[in-house]
Design a protein around this ligand. Structure first.
Ligand code: DQA
Length: 142
């Protein structure tokens, strides 16, 4: 079994980017923790980050092509703007779990709408880096 973990714009800066909101863990820290958990569960992880919308669309297609078990997606700011990601999630049969470090509903109104959430299987948000671990736990149960 293989699970894709896809990360969108600016998440490469985790650790130094507004740490009071997103925490001090880097994306590598998160990837490492998830790799450990995935190994224990005998699943392979494809952990990827891009600042470019089209890469994320391509990776959603790739997850489908490879018959992935699930996709965990933090689309970051694209969450709130991307009809292309919404359509890509709808275009594949692989279940997509939306994750966020912060709770967008507690933040600015422009973060309250999620094009990803409207197409995803479910959403985990607001638990910092733990959101990713919880999403993996959910993905393993699917
Ligand atoms: C985020 C929330 C988004 O609103 C924001 O644009 C991000 C990160 C989160 O994980 O909390 O870049 O997806």
């Amino acid at each position: 079994r293989k699970i894709f973990v896809l990360n969108g714009p600016n998440l490469n800066l985790l650790g130094t980017r507004e740490p009071e909101i997103y925490g001090y863990d880097t994306l590598d820290d998160i990837a490492e923790r998830m790799e450990d958990a995935a190994n224990r569960a005998h699943v392979a992880l494809e952990f990827l980050q891009s600042n470019h919308e089209g890469h994320l669309v391509d990776w959603l297609h790739e997850a489908q092509a490879q018959g992935a078990h699930a996709v965990i997606l933090n689309a970051a700011a694209l969450t709130h703007t991307s009809v292309a990601l919404h359509d890509a999630i709808k275009a594949i049969t692989v279940p997509v779990i939306e994750v966020h470090l912060s709770n967008p509903h507690k933040r600015e109104p422009f973060r309250h709408k999620s094009y990803v959430g409207m197409a995803a299987k479910g959403t985990i948000a607001g638990f910092g880096a733990l959101s990713y671990s919880l999403a993996l736990e959910a993905a393993l149960e699917l």
